[in-house]
Design a protein around this ligand. Structure first.
Ligand SMILES: C[S@@+](CC[C@H](N)C(=O)[O-])C[C@H]1O[C@@H](n2cnc3c(N)ncnc32)[C@H](O)[C@@H]1O
Length: 241
């Protein structure tokens, strides 16, 4: 049966584990979605493949997602996922052999690859395995030399969109991903450990009391975006004790 290997690659070639490197060397092709000709993450994926066995990268144009109507967000995401599954199925037909799908960070956090693969496996017979990678919150913790929670306490991982809900629920340690903007109003006394474009040459870090470092974060975010042409950030917020 054809193998389909879902491979977490962290934030670049330096994070590729020995297991992920072996998986890359074992496949006949890597399938990669690209948003545009100059998708910066596609360049990173290509660089990773070059370094680890150089499997050919089959670039698939990412189907457009309707972002104009947030009220119908779940339907828009569903339609986008269906279009992506159809694109994968077509690419598999055109490219026989074992296939790797590279996942930014780790497939277990805010990544739809495994859901797409489940849908794909209903159409095509596949032997699927997953190789874990280093995810953005792990790298954030390492860069700031912190544990994401106090001794024996929980940590809550959520999106920028749902931050207010987590605060209202009483969560004390909140890791926030997928931030379109930073909404930190009324959280001045919380402590933040923030990082953008972690693991890349434009990496930026800021930590401190939100009220004291808010302007530094805004400035760093703008600087990173100007330098790299894109910005992805993640942060830990801790409630004042
Ligand atoms: C679609 S999710 C993918 C997460 C990924 N699967 C992981 O394990 O980290 C993308 C979000 O992850 C975070 N992220 C990914 N790469 C990052 C990086 N290099 N620096 C900071 N945050 C990053 C950001 O919050 C971004 O909006």
């Amino acid at each position: 049966m054809r193998r389909l290997r879902v491979i977490g690659v962290g934030m670049g070639p330096q994070h590729v584990t020995a297991e992920a490197a072996a998986a890359l060397r074992s496949v006949d092709h890597v399938l990669a979605f690209a948003k545009a000709d100059d998708d910066p993450l596609l360049d990173v994926r290509t660089a990773i493949c070059r370094e680890y066995g150089d499997p050919p990268v089959v670039v698939i144009e990412d189907p457009q997602r309707d972002r104009d109507d947030p009220a119908d967000y779940p339907a828009a995401v569903r339609a986008w996922h269906e279009a992506r599954v159809a694109s994968y199925a077509a690419a598999l037909r055109e490219h026989p052999g074992d296939v790797g799908l590279l996942v930014w960070g780790d497939p277990s956090l805010y990544d739809s690859t495994l859901r797409l693969v489940d849908a794909l496996a209903e159409r095509v017979e596949l032997d699927v395995d997953v190789v874990p990678g280093i995810s953005a919150p792990q790298l954030l913790a390492a860069r700031h030399r912190i544990v994401l929670h106090e001794v024996g306490r929980p940590v809550h991982v959520t999106t920028g969109r749902r931050l207010r809900k987590a605060v209202a629920q009483g969560q004390d340690n909140i890791v926030v991903m997928l931030n379109r903007t930073l909404d930190l109003d009324d959280l001045e006394d919380w402590t933040i450990w923030w990082g953008a474009n972690l693991g890349t040459t434009s990496e930026a870090l800021v930590a401190g009391r939100v009220g004291d470092v808010r302007a530094d974060i805004d400035a760093a975010r703008a600087r990173v975006r100007a330098e790299a042409g894109w910005v992805m950030d993640v942060y830990l917020l801790r409630r004042p004790s």
